[in-house]
Write a protein that binds this ligand. Sequence first.
Ligand SMILES: Cc1cc2nc3c(=O)[nH]c(=O)nc-3n(C[C@H](O)[C@H](O)[C@H](O)COP(=O)(O)OP(=O)(O)OC[C@H]3O[C@@H](n4cnc5c(N)ncnc54)[C@H](O)[C@@H]3O)c2cc1C
Length: 392
Amino acid sequence: MGNAGNAFDLVVVGLGAMGAAALYHARRQGLRVLGIDRHRPPHELGSTHAETRITRLAVGEGAPYLPFVRRSHELWRDLEARSGEQLLHQSGGLIVTGPGSRPGARWADFTSATARIAREAGIGFDLLDASTATARYPAIVGLDRHQVGFEPTGGIVMAERALSVQLTLAEADGAIVHTDETVDDVVPGGDHVDVVTDRDSYRSHHVVLSTGPWVRELADPSDGALTSVTRQVVYWFEVDDPDAFTIERFPFVMWIGASDAEYLGVFPIPPGGTSALKVLGEQFESTTDPETVDRTVSPSEIDAFYEHCVEPRIAGVNRRCVRATVCLYTNTPDDHFLIDSDPRSDHITVMSPCSGHGFKHSAALGEAVAERVATGTSTLDLDPFRRRRFAV
Ligand SMILES: Cc1cc2nc3c(=O)[nH]c(=O)nc-3n(C[C@H](O)[C@H](O)[C@H](O)COP(=O)(O)OP(=O)(O)OC[C@H]3O[C@@H](n4cnc5c(N)ncnc54)[C@H](O)[C@@H]3O)c2cc1C
């Protein structure tokens, strides 16, 4: 075991969206904290890059998420006030569900689910007919027979900027951050956990494992078995008129089709962002690993996505792809989060298998996990995300 300077109340392993938020809030709780990352966040190798993430208060994924996204919006504004950087842009957002969306399929009937949640929670969400939606946003075409809903409070969060702001402020508040250091093992003791890295070892009262798609390396094997990692691609296509797609004039769009291959996510251009339209698809069929995933995006992959998902739906977008990057989802079998004590020790919390929709909740999840470590309980209820729902 290392020297006394290597003793902490909390070591956060992995400083992506989840770990950065946990570190920031743990320090605000007064804990002696160390954050360790094998790379130098923000980086492009995990799940928290590509400039922006969609956020919406009416989260059709289910009522347990609502307090987290609401609180996260407050926390982004707090972080903006502390840092002077704008992180949350409430451009509004469209949820579009196409005909043929199969009952029971991922995202099935998502516009209706979102409308229901919005109604119950008193969040503004307007169902629009196709002609009204197209009149408002002429670039969006082919909406006939689709169900369309608009949330004015939705928008985008600057992903890497939010991560950096939290790490910078955490350090300014007294947290210690080690980058380019890999945690090789976490070894539970009676009332502590030893964290062994490729550089040193540390003793901590508690450890948060927020290693995203690397979850299987350090988590209990039973948690590893519950997660699957998939390769997703984000593209930026050239547009005729970038001004027509900025946050002042264009919403985010979540466009759900009849199958996963029909999914299209569209992101407005934020100030200082790549001057092109950011879009992404989804696939869950082929799983991968962050160390072996193919990070190249081939010209044929770009062409196929443009022709299949972009060209028929968004006008004024050209075939030329100016940028593309691979990003990783870490999903559980029911696509909901896994945040819980580790089966090996109550002194370890697993917090980052967040199934491709975690960013919008990350600030509040970090706060709740930090509170739980500091006090044994959290203001917002983390119970729905425990693994016991998978027990047979
Ligand atoms: C393409 C894409 C689009 C998305 N869109 C949205 C969206 O619009 N809205 C939304 O809410 N969510 C979205 N998500 C989901 C959201 O971005 C993720 O849930 C979130 O970013 C996950 O963050 P994380 O901290 O769990 O993982 P990561 O960001 O991957 O962080 C894990 C960190 O752990 C470090 N690490 C791993 N192993 C070790 C080790 N042994 N030692 C030290 N460090 C280690 C890694 O270097 C990494 O920095 C999207 C995800 C993707 C991929």
